[in-house]
Design a protein. Structure first.
Length: 737
């Protein structure tokens, strides 16, 4: 109990030093999850609960609802009163969902790869204040793999060659790949073991139970060569990567390696209860029968429980096999419905303990959207329908984007979905902006109606150029509903709030993010104008239309450059900062550039290329814009020489023209490879990171330039909104009124 008090005070001193000594946490040993916040007789604010995670969640609620503090990846507002505000009417909350996990393996590749201890300290504090009690912990696990393989006779060089580059390690932990964009430097393994141990220790200090990766059978080919009598499974391969070697769970070697792996894991990271293991993740296993899958489930479960009788197997429900699930004792299994679909589709996920969750940010794609109203409604409805639903959490492929959606997910998980979205949003905006003016109220009314109703489609800027592209990402696509009329009215209103005295980092981020989406929405229309001019063989019109499209991309890049969250140079600086010498710096930069563009495998990156399709400054200007300019130059030469061009019959994979479908695309692929292999100069990179324009002034300039185009665009869902595009409409009540 005293330790709870100490940890609570330490957290409070870190996150709100202005209130030091005025906040007190009391653990009363109550049954169930929940907390109470009230004024103490000595004038202190007292948070009472049964667990340390209840106390930290209560502190988070107090800082939001009484101190109006806003902490976000994307612009925080941390103004403090001289004295901790009194609570007044006590705040009492029950937490109906006991488990609140957070993070996805992919997050460690798309967002967290290059973080240092300072970044992690702030994120773990944010977790604690948001009620997270089961974070996935992956950082530093490469050391466990190395030590395990060394005990089976591999050399240090063989273990490092097996381990992928830092940005791609998460997919290795999910059995998808190995040896990609490496080898992994020993300095990385050593420093990230230290960082990973610190992360897990800090999470445990705050009462959390981290989920750590278990052993799922994946071994190097060098291991298979040394142990040829073992039975190995090789799937069809993941996304054009070579099949990986997986020890058959029925083979005695599986138990041997599992035992050694868990010994090393516990020696380095301390006691573990929750082990993340995903067999055959997103992979086809030809000829596998239900009986075989059952044997796999039984084999892994038997080996895991023999090595750790109290273990709980944590399994992502994404490309799961029901027969594996049914073979595991349910008291030793926890299913994570990371995509919020399988619980309902299976009518209860086989009655095994389960957690609802959402991914949303695939590959770190820059988008603003998602159905806000559905999140609390879905959690509440599923909790009442399925008794095996014992938790809710967020499993983003990336973070540092879409802040309203993810804060709503955390708050909905705390209350089990029982919240009023309109009231929640009004309080959120008050904290984030410091004021809710008429323009903000109307902007967000439109955003809730037009923007926060569904996910966005791919941005055309990030699409590989073609006459009539319909997607950037192989598994997504453009959406006709993402028209400029859906975004420009709200952007104009939101930006105008600056004239009403609104100015916070969160406000500035939102202005840029919404503006990026608005400018991107103009892209398909401008691309269509290029295509029509080419088809009509009108070269002057074609050139004007092509330049208008490229100008739009340049202006979007300028807007994105005003925020560090949207800048390639900032990510490159972070990555290169981990390198001790020129070779390591170049390797880490290659990991960043490769992941954002071609992804892999090197030499045959289909279908994964452009999976991330991020609209980032630097990536737009130096990569996507160059690709489109090369394509327009190619078409211009066709017009100059009176030649026709039709790409409709070119070979395609997953709906996109193949990387080297003709002479032009072969030339384009050479450029893409060159970009991925570029090496930056640290001094030039540092100078670049210091340059930025003012967000609000530039937003006002671009609205004035592009609003007429938006006003002439297709209306959303046949609704005429020309009044909003030419002026500000008054609110008639409802949201935030």
């Amino acid at each position: 109990m005293n330790n709870f008090h100490t940890q609570f005070n330490t957290l409070a001193a870190r996150v709100c030093p202005a209130f030091a000594g005025q906040l007190r946490g009391v653990c009363d040993g109550r049954d169930g999850d929940g907390f109470e916040i009230a004024d103490g007789p000595d004038g202190a604010v007292v948070v009472t609960g049964g667990k340390l995670t209840d106390l930290t969640a209560g502190l988070g609620v107090y800082l939001k609802e009484r101190a109006f503090r806003h902490d976000s990846w994307c612009g925080s507002r941390m103004e403090w009163f001289e004295k901790a505000p009194q609570v007044g009417v006590p705040i009492r909350r029950k937490l109906p969902l006991a488990l609140r996990p957070y993070l996805n393996y992919c997050t460690f590749g798309y967002s967290l790869t290059w973080w240092c201890r300072q970044d992690w300290e702030r994120e773990i504090d944010r977790m604690a204040l948001s009620g997270v009690n089961m974070p996935l912990a992956v950082t530093g696990v490469e050391a466990v793999w190395q030590r395990t393989l060394l005990r089976f006779g591999l050399t240090h060089d063989e273990t490092r060659a097996f381990l992928s580059g830092p940005a791609f390690l998460p997919w290795q932990y999910m059995n998808n790949i190995n040896s990609h964009a490496g080898p992994l430097p020993q300095h990385w393994i050593d420093t990230h073991l230290q960082l990973g141990r610190w992360i897990v220790d800090r999470e445990r200090e705050l009462g959390m139970e981290p989920i750590l990766p278990g052993f799922s059978g994946h071994v190097p080919e060098a291991f298979a060569a040394r142990h040829p009598d073992v039975h190995y499974i090789r799937s069809a391969g993941w996304c054009n990567f070579a099949p990986v070697a997986v020890i058959d769970p029925a083979d005695p070697m599986f138990y041997r390696v599992m035992t050694v792996y868990l010994e090393e894991l516990k020696q380095l990271f301390g006691p573990v209860r929750y082990y993340s293991i995903d067999l055959f993740h997103e992979q086809l296993l030809e000829g596998a029968t239900p009986e075989y899958y059952r044997s796999c489930g039984e084999g892994v479960s038997r080996a895991l429980l023999a090595a750790d009788p109290g273990a709980i197997w944590v399994m992502q429900v994404w490309s799961e096999r029901a027969d594996i699930i049914k073979a595991v004792p349910p008291e030793h299994l926890l299913l994570l419905d990371i995509g919020k679909e399988r619980l309902r589709e299976t009518d209860g996920l086989y009655h095994v303990p389960a957690v609802w969750g959402t991914i949303h940010s695939f590959g770190g794609q820059t988008e603003i959207g998602g159905d806000l109203r559905a999140i609390p409604r879905e959690i509440s409805a599923l909790r009442k329908r399925y008794r095996n639903l014992i938790g809710a959490g967020a499993f983003p492929e990336s973070i540092c984007n879409n802040p309203a959606l993810f804060e709503l997910v955390f708050d909905s998980a705390l209350c089990g979905g029982e919240l009023d979205l309109d009231k929640w949003l009004a309080a959120y905006l008050q904290r984030r902006y410091g004021a809710v003016t008429g323009n903000i109220r109307e902007a967000w009314r439109l955003m809730l109606r037009d923007v926060y109703t569904a996910r966005r489609g791919d941005p055309i800027f990030a699409a590989r150029p073609a006459l009539n592209p319909d997607r950037a990402n192989a598994w997504a696509g453009f959406k006709a509903a993402d028209s400029p009329a859906r975004f420009f009215p709200a952007w104009r209103l939101l930006t105008a709030a600056a004239t009403e005295g609104v100015d916070s980092e969160g406000f500035r981020f939102d202005v840029v993010d919404l503006g990026r989406q608005a400018l991107s929405a103009l892209g398909p229309g401008r691309c269509r104008a290029v295509r029509e001019a080419f088809a009509a063989r009108k070269r002057p019109a074609f050139r004007l239309a092509a330049e208008a499209f490229l100008e739009l991309m340049r202006d979007c890049d300028r807007l994105l450059a005003t925020r560090p969250e949207f800048r390639l140079d900032h990510r490159l600086r972070e990555a290169r900062g981990w390198g001790r010498d020129a070779a390591e710096k170049a390797l880490y930069e290659f990991n960043v550039r490769l992941q954002l563009t071609l992804w892999g495998p090197v030499g045959r990156p289909e279908p994964l290329f452009d999976y991330c399709c991020r609209e980032w400054s630097g990536l737009l200007r130096e990569y996507y814009l160059v690709r489109w300019r090369m394509f327009f130059d190619f078409l211009d030469k066709k017009l100059e020489h009176g030649e026709s061009y039709d790409d409709s019959a070119l070979p395609r994979i997953e709906g996109r023209i193949t990387l080297q479908a003709n002479e032009f695309y072969r030339e384009l692929y050479c450029f893409e490879q060159e970009f991925a292999g570029r090496v930056s100069d640290d001094a030039a990179l540092e100078a670049s990171c210091r340059r930025r324009e003012d967000e609000l002034l530039l937003a006002q300039e671009l609205i004035g330039r592009y609003a007429p185009d938006a006003a002439g665009s297709e209306r959303v869902e046949n609704t005429d909104r020309s009044d909003l595009l030419t002026g500000f409409a008054g609110s008639e009540g409802g949201l935030l009124s």
